[in-house]
Design a protein around this ligand. Structure first.
Ligand code: SUG
Length: 445
């Protein structure tokens, strides 16, 4: 039976804006209050999805969330009509209000952790939505993310869905951004690598000093248990705390893996040589390619600015691997030189394709942030909600939908416009028809 890895990208929502919400994510802080283009952001994302579909990849889409999140604002005591809730919150608590307007669910690498059926004890694909406790605006996502995942992967014979971990920072979980699966083939049992930032229940252990560690070891261990993974097929690696303090807020900013390739910066991991030794020892297969980028080749700052490691590494139909990189990598001389040399070396990576995802990059989200990977068999592929898969028709329909409902520009001051809430809800109601999701949003209950 054929095995492959699908990418499910987050569709950018109608309220995409730069609110400087993510302390520790340098791009988010640097671009706070810049004006955004929700329409361009969504179309950039769709263009990348279509490019991968045209490369023969299985490409899906995960719907955005209802923003402004009126229900969350009411839970905080803002009351009256929806318009009044918007006006009251925007006036009395602008930072909280802006957090309730974020389109951050677009970064579906943070939507969940996914364990393919070749790894799990019950032979199903397991999903655990990330609780994203460290950032308030992201902590609003897991409930609806769970509903969207269950409407996308509905067939209980093939897909198992867990509740997100407890909403407490001891179990801070940022999903697939801190999870990499190494395997000799997508359909064979893989080594699932969980990267965490701190030990929540043992403060004697190393931890970053300046920026928060958003993922805890205990959260990663809980997900591995829930997914029924065997200890021999799991490795826990601590992120280098010094790098978190330089702005590496998720592991997918400094490392990325695909099948038998781990592409990472030499400073990525704490006690790196022990971590790599354990990965080598546990990897099932013989030709593991560890592509370690040295600081003198690409500095940590260049890696963070260009998102060299927030690239997607995909396996094409002919077996070659390709890197999907943001154009920011092309614009950085050290990084573009590195990539040009890389494809000429003797590694499985033979091609680099650049994509403009600048609207997302300005909030610290690159190509890999925008996608959730799901390795699957043909039968599991057939069991997915087919309306969520990108083909020529669905691409056209979604682009037209964006053209009809999205604003060309948006500024933080526009977020309390009652018309924007109406536009967003109208758009999402139509989207749930387009993607055959059913009523997944609070406003539809
Ligand atoms: N690396 C991965 N997998 N995901 C990137 C997430 C970026 C996101 N930015 C934001 O949420 C900024 C929102 C704002 O400031 O408006 C975050 O920090 O959680």
């Amino acid at each position: 039976m054929k095995q492959f890895e699908a990418n499910f990208d987050g569709l950018v929502g109608p309220t995409h804006n730069y609110a400087g919400l993510s302390y520790g994510n340098v791009a988010s802080l640097n671009n706070a209050s810049a004006s955004s283009s929700p329409k361009q952001a969504a179309k950039q994302g769709l263009k990348k999805m279509k490019a991968l579909a045209d490369l023969g990849m299985v490409q899906g889409v995960l719907a955005p969330q209802e923003r402004p999140d009126i229900a969350s604002l009411r839970r905080l005591g803002f009351s009256g009509t929806d318009a009044n809730v918007l006006a009251m919150a925007a006036k009395q608590a602008p930072a909280i209000f802006q957090a309730c307007c974020s389109a951050s669910s677009m970064w579906t690498a943070n939507a969940a952790t996914v364990s393919p059926s070749a790894d799990t004890s019950d032979g199903k694909i397991h999903f655990t939505p990330a609780n994203l406790t460290n950032k308030y605006h992201r902590s609003l996502e897991p409930q609806v993310t769970g509903k969207i995942l269950q409407a996308t992967f509905a067939n209980k014979e093939y897909f198992a869905h867990h509740a997100h971990l407890p909403d407490n920072e001891h179990f801070g979980d940022e999903g697939a951004a801190n999870h990499t699966r190494l395997c000799s083939d997508y359909g064979k049992t893989g080594l699932e690598m969980f990267v965490y930032g701190r030990h929540a229940f043992d403060t004697s252990k190393p931890a970053p000093k300046k920026f928060p560690a958003r993922q805890t070891l205990e959260a990663s261990q809980a997900v591995a248990r829930l997914h029924g993974l065997k200890d021999d097929n799991v490795v826990y690696v601590q992120q280098n705390p010094d790098l978190i303090d330089q702005g590496v807020f998720h592991n997918d900013v400094i490392a990325v893996g695909n099948q038998n390739v781990l592409f990472y910066h030499e400073q990525a991991f704490y006690q790196s040589s022990q971590a790599i030794a354990e990965i080598k020892q546990k990897f099932v297969g013989d030709d593991l390619h560890l592509i370690c980028v040295k600081t003198e080749e690409v500095s940590v700052q260049d890696a963070i600015k260009s998102y060299l490691f927030n690239t997607q590494i995909i396996t094409l139909a002919n077996g070659d691997m390709a890197i999907i990189a943001p154009t920011d990598c092309k614009e950085n001389s050290a990084v573009s030189t590195y990539l040009t040399n890389l494809v000429a070396q003797n590694t499985p990576i033979k091609h680099v394709y650049y994509h403009d995802v600048k609207e997302s990059m300005r909030n610290g989200g690159g190509p890999a942030c925008l996608r959730l990977r799901v390795a699957m068999t043909n039968k599991e592929h057939a069991a997915v909600n087919q309306s969520t898969l990108i083909n020529d028709n669905q691409f056209e329909r979604l682009n037209t939908w964006v053209d009809n409902h999205y604003r060309d520009t948006l500024h933080v001051k526009d977020l309390c416009d009652p018309q924007l809430l109406i536009e967003s809800r109208t758009a999402l109601d139509e989207l749930t028809q387009l993607l055959s999701l059913g009523s997944v949003y609070p406003f539809q209950q």
